[in-house]
Design a protein around this ligand. Structure first.
Ligand SMILES: Nc1ncnc2c1ncn2[C@@H]1O[C@H](COP(=O)(O)OP(=O)(O)OP(=O)(O)O)[C@@H](O)[C@H]1O
Ligand SMILES: [Mg+2]
Length: 488
């Protein structure tokens, strides 16, 4: 581990790092911050949850002149929630320097956003579609931007976004510094990236596996029709602090959420068809623990940093290995441990092998718990509640009634009744989900080593926009008012 003081960071940021409780630099930070400060273009790749945000944020903030009230740093991120989060992290890092950051994303009121932009932030963190809208309307000026960052660069350069990103970068002065970061960087994307940069230094934090070792990875072989019961049994046995469950489509997410709620779980869904207000409120509820389960499409797969996520379930196995890496990376962050469980139908077993091969990691087979085991899991939760009440609560108001009860019934009967009352018995409400096609290796391999793979993703509502005009010369076209980027 490296001390931040060895990296040439100025005092105001050092103070911020101390306040944030960052004691030592992570490897990607140690390797890219000094390079970034020299002004070099950097492609940075390191596992999920290892602090890439500060790795690109610190060099960018170092170069900002707070006295110049112009946008000097621009970060582009694939989803709205990520833009908000990155902006918040940069704000924390930059506040003692007097550098102001602003997130700019689709689904937010345009007029309000324009007013906020007129307030002259130094750094803007934006989603591509909304950023292009502003560029076209000339409500954002990027002529003074000296540092451009693509967070989740491989996602941003996939076929759904590449033209937008090219247009955005073309609007920024050529002598800029460009920083690209992600946990995954398929070769074909890296080649595209290089065309947008000036002799980039490639920094890849060496790791045997693409996934972090502090995530325990499991798979459960399960027939499609048994998936839902298996999921609720697992949840009862694991008792996650916070869990994210990934489903393949928006409809699937809605159905899963309804089913989980019917069985008494505090779950809500997030996907691109919800209003931005709803998306924000669901995510906030999850962050603050008012719901325990977030059911999501891949809209929540990249970059989101929510502490307390102990479990990730791939209710549907993702199509591409990169998506697997990012999804499970929502747990096991900043050195914490986590558990990931992927549901695989028998026909999908070859796909599991493919993911393991590409990510160079192994998923251990997990035997799904039975309903009885799930019930015992729930009882254990009650027992814990009961014992902590015995230890910590003043029970004197209840003693007299308890003694009376003991005159009438034996103690085991009374305790059993109390346990029954306190235990969340899952109503065995039958839940039926619409059937989905299994993922096949053939399907997933189609377009491997070409960008078609990403085009397929976009058809699934994986980040691209519908009805998007194509062609490179459509710079800031007027027709593009209703942009839908980031909607999954
Ligand atoms: N040096 C550090 N010491 C302690 N915590 C850190 C350090 N750097 C970053 N963190 C914290 O670690 C968490 C993960 O950081 P971050 O979100 O930047 O990871 P990431 O590499 O971008 O992950 P992903 O690939 O999922 O986007 C955050 O909560 C961040 O505040
Ligand atoms: Mg990140």
């Amino acid at each position: 581990m490296t001390n931040f003081s060895e990296l040439g960071i100025s005092e105001s940021i050092m103070k911020a790092l101390e306040k944030m409780g960052f004691e030592e630099a992570t490897p990607i930070q140690a390797q890219t911050i000094p390079l970034g400060i020299t002004g070099k273009d950097v492609i940075g790749q390191a596992q999920t949850g290892t602090g890439k945000t500060a790795a690109f944020g610190i060099p960018m903030i170092e170069k900002i002149d707070p006295g110049l009230r112009k946008i000097q740093g621009l970060v582009v991120a694939p989803t709205r929630e990520l833009a908000i989060q990155v902006s918040e992290e940069l704000h924390k890092l930059a506040k003692f320097k007097g550098v102001r950051t602003l997130p700019v994303y689709g689904g937010q009121h345009m007029e309000r956003q324009i007013r906020a932009l007129k307030d002259r932030p130094h750094i803007v963190v934006a989603t591509p579609g909304r950023l292009l809208d502003h560029l076209r309307r000339r409500t954002i000026r990027v002529g003074d931007v000296h540092t451009a960052v693509l967070d989740e660069a491989d996602e941003m350069l996939n076929m759904g976004f590449i033209d937008d990103i090219r247009d955005i970068l073309k609007a920024i002065p050529e002598d800029r510094q460009t920083l690209l970061f992600s946990a995954t960087m398929p070769k074909e994307i890296r080649n595209i990236a290089a065309t947008l940069m000036k002799e980039p230094a490639e920094v890849k934090v060496k790791a045997k596996e693409m996934t972090v070792s502090n995530i325990d990875q499991f798979f459960v072989e399960v027939h499609e029709k048994q998936k839902f019961d298996t999921l609720t049994n697992l949840l009862d046995v694991h008792v996650p602090e916070l869990a994210i469950i990934f489903g393949r489509t928006k409809k699937r997410v809605d159905e899963l959420t309804d089913g989980l709620q019917a069985r008494g779980f505090r779950a809500e869904g997030i996907h691109g068809d919800l209003t931005q207000g709803k998306r924000t409120s669901v995510l906030n509820k999850f962050k603050f623990g008012r719901i325990e389960i977030l059911v999501a499409t891949d809209v929540a797969a990249r970059g989101l940093d929510i502490s307390g996520v102990t479990h990730v379930y791939n209710f549907d196995i993702p199509q591409d290995p990169e998506s697997y890496v990012h999804r499970i990376g929502r747990t096991g962050r900043a050195g914490k441990t986590g558990e990931a469980v992927s549901f695989i139908t028998p026909r999908e077993l070859p796909h599991l092998n493919l993911i393991e091969k590409v990510t160079k990691s192994k998923m251990k087979r997990m035997t799904p718990p039975s309903y009885d085991e799930a019930k015992r899991g729930q009882q254990q939760v009650t027992v814990q509640k009961l014992t902590s009440t015995i230890k910590n609560k003043d029970l004197k108001d209840y003693r007299e009634t308890a003694t009376e009860l003991l005159d009438e019934y034996d103690s085991v009967t009374i305790v059993s009744a109390a346990l029954k009352l306190l235990t969340k018995e899952r109503r065995q409400t039958p839940v039926t989900l619409s059937s989905v096609q299994p993922v096949s290796v053939k399907q997933a391999n189609k377009g491997k080593n070409s960008n078609k793979k990403f085009r397929n993703d976009n058809k699934r509502g994986y980040g691209g926009r519908k009805g998007k005009p194509s062609g490179r010369n459509r710079k800031f076209q007027n027709k593009r008012s209703n942009t839908k980027q980031g909607r999954r």
